[in-house]
Design a protein around this ligand. Structure first.
Ligand SMILES: [Zn+2]
Length: 634
């Protein structure tokens, strides 16, 4: 702690006479914690940084008369901030709101003002040390308004300043005098060193956000809903290297670059969704919401309030994995999520880990759960890392966690095998998304229903009762199908769907015209899906399949859907299953299916002789049988 009142102590030397400067007092006109200094030889007067915040590492000295900053450590950004704030100093009153929770005579002041969000937040995390270790001192926290909600319980006093982030650099003499007057009323006051990167052992984030981080021990149970959140920021984008074709000078600000990020995120989410049944994918962070497919949860906000910030932390704490581009926007997400993937711009490697709040714990576990990767990572590579984190975490623990690597434990292989089996049992509980396509006409369906014969409807309701996401579509029922489109705010016949998809699709079309080679790969699947519909039948069907991206697509009459269409939608489906009821469909159609189910052994044999995987399943099968069967092929 730094002695502040009644006696201030700090070591600075006169840059002209090289003698120790006398300390006359202290002054805190904003983010800067300064000592008032004077040289006994030349008489010059100075302000010198007290060793708090970045002043600990980069102590600057400012000559009162000239504003010249002496920077003996050569850190221009920190010296320039001081120079700029001093030469543009203000003195108008600010709104300083004081909350007193405990009477206090001896105190420590934690100054969290800054004009970098991450700096403010990291300084505030120092509060816990005093609350845990220095009950003899009352803690006074000086915070900007937007951090008030994060001040932990137990502080003696909260001084909230209405100062926006961009004005956090200001030198305000009114504030300086106000802080001085209030501190002088105390018997004794220290200044917190406010480390710019407090140690994880000294911080429990839930004391600040009141949100408990992701319970890592429930990783596997929570995989029934794999939860992934992309942290959006508009000023540092996940886009390719300049060689990707983005025009120079536009990176970081152009709508072109923002569009590329959107497309990459949507492509990533789409691919993840195919590989992770029941995926819950969200985009969160600072930004204007809109323009994403509706199955992606859009949690972006331009000006979040305290309640919204806390809700976002709850989202991070539900997320198995959060990912985003390096920066202070990763602090709270990384503090709460199960695992973190950070994308590093090339010029920021020296700042790696500065924006990640990692939890205490085993070194190997921490490394496994925290991946710092280059920003130029492709969508597919990132997709693989996410899937691996989700799938392999528990297996990794079985090999590497302390309790499985303890010489004294007398561990026998049966315990290990049992743990592994338990893991697989929990895995098998994962839900599937199953879409069934019926191609009967309404009339055929009515007749069959009345006759009580033939195939029973593989009802979505039963599958849902089993815990799966399931949908039945009657592709030939124009009224039903068009109602579905209407309910999803989509229009048939190539018309543009309404919000929220319209913006994205417009972007996609615009991007296709842009002379940027890189976009083409990203948008080709979207455009193909849009342009290759021949009638409402296939148009609506492809929309429905694209919308749900099912794990299993079951076509109740394997011959009822054209081979060309099956080939087109196959990338959206993990397992394409065709049911053969009477006659075997043509070879073109049959060849598209990953699996054929048939109720007669003859049909099964015939399919297999054609090289098509086939299984026997009665016409009126139990949906549970279907689930058990398809799991073998997924
Ligand atoms: Zn001097």
């Amino acid at each position: 702690m730094i002695p502040l009142h009644p006696v201030t102590d700090v070591d600075h030397a006169c840059p002209h006479c090289h003698v120790r400067l006398g300390v006359k007092g202290w002054y805190i006109p904003g983010m800067r914690n300064l000592a008032e200094l004077a040289c006994s030889q030349c008489g010059r007067e100075f302000y010198g940084d007290l060793p708090a915040g970045h002043g600990l590492h980069y102590p600057m000295l400012l000559e009162k008369a000239t504003g010249v900053v002496h920077d003996r450590v050569s850190v221009p950004w920190f010296s320039e901030w001081l120079y700029a704030s001093y030469t543009q100093r203000r003195s108008e009153p600010l709104n300083l709101h004081v909350e007193e929770y405990k009477p206090v005579r001896r105190a420590v002041l934690l100054n969290c003002l800054d004009f970098r969000y991450g700096h403010c937040l990291l300084k505030l995390l120092n509060a816990q040390h005093y609350l845990d270790r220095r009950p003899d001192l009352g803690l006074i926290v000086l915070v900007p308004r937007y951090l008030r909600w994060l001040v932990p319980e137990g502080v003696a006093s909260i001084w909230t300043v209405d100062l926006s982030l961009s004005r956090g650099i200001e030198w305000n003499d009114w504030l300086g005098q106000e802080i001085h007057r209030r501190i002088e009323e105390l018997e004794e006051c220290y200044l917190s060193v406010a480390f710019s990167h407090p140690h994880p052992d000294d911080v429990a984030i839930e004391k600040f956000t009141r949100v408990t981080p992701f319970p890592v021990h429930e990783w596997e149970e929570r995989l029934y809903r794999p939860t992934v959140t992309f942290i959006w920021r508009g000023d540092r984008l996940w886009i390719g290297a300049p060689s990707d074709g983005i025009p120079e000078g536009e990176i970081g600000s152009s709508s072109c670059a923002t569009l590329e990020q959107s497309l990459k995120i949507v492509t990533l989410a789409t691919r993840l969704r195919k590989r992770l049944p029941g995926l819950d994918f969200a985009v969160a962070g600072l930004g204007k919401p809109g323009g994403l497919p509706e199955w992606i949860l859009d949690l972006r906000m331009t000006t979040p309030d305290e309640e919204a910030e806390r809700r976002l932390c709850q989202r991070y704490a539900r997320s198995h994995v959060i990912m985003g581009v390096h920066g202070s926007s990763m602090l709270l997400p990384s503090a709460h999520a199960g695992a973190v993937i950070e994308l590093m711009p090339e010029e920021r490697w020296g700042n790696a880990l500065q924006d990640l709040l990692l939890r205490k714990g085993d070194l190997r576990e921490a490394l496994f759960r925290c991946r710092v990767l280059p920003l130029t990572l492709s969508v597919d590579a990132l997709c693989n890392v996410v899937v691996s984190l989700l799938d392999d975490w528990t297996g990794m623990l079985l090999h590497m966690q302390r309790k499985w690597c303890l010489h004294e434990s007398g561990l026998i292989s049966s315990a290990w095998v049992e743990a592994r089996e338990q893991l697989h049992r929990r895995r098998s509980l994962r839900t599937l998304t199953i879409v069934t396509i019926n191609t009967e006409s309404p009339e055929e369906r009515r007749v069959r229903g009345e006759s009580l014969s033939g195939a029973a409807d593989c009802s979505a309701g039963t599958l849902r009762e089993l815990g799966h996401e399931a949908y039945d579509f009657y592709a030939n029922d124009e009224a039903l199908q068009k109602t579905w489109m209407h309910e999803h705010r989509l229009r048939v016949q190539g018309a543009q769907p309404s919000e929220p998809n319209a913006a994205l699709l417009q972007h996609v079309r615009k991007a296709a015209e842009a002379p940027v080679r890189h976009f083409k790969d990203l948008i080709r699947p979207v455009l193909q899906a849009l342009d290759s519909r021949h009638s409402w039948f296939y148009e609506i069907l492809s929309t429905q399949i694209g919308h749900h991206q099912p794990d299993v697509l079951l076509v109740r009459d394997a011959g009822g859907i054209k081979g060309d269409f099956l080939k087109e939608i196959k990338p959206c489906v993990r397992l394409l299953v065709g049911q053969v009821t009477s006659t075997l469909p043509g070879r073109d159609e049959l060849g598209c299916y990953d699996l054929v189910i048939a109720s007669s052994p003859d049909a099964v044999a015939q399919c297999r002789s054609l090289g098509v995987r086939a299984e026997l399943l009665g016409s009126a099968f139990d949906p549970q049988e279907l689930v058990a069967l398809v799991r073998q092929y997924l």
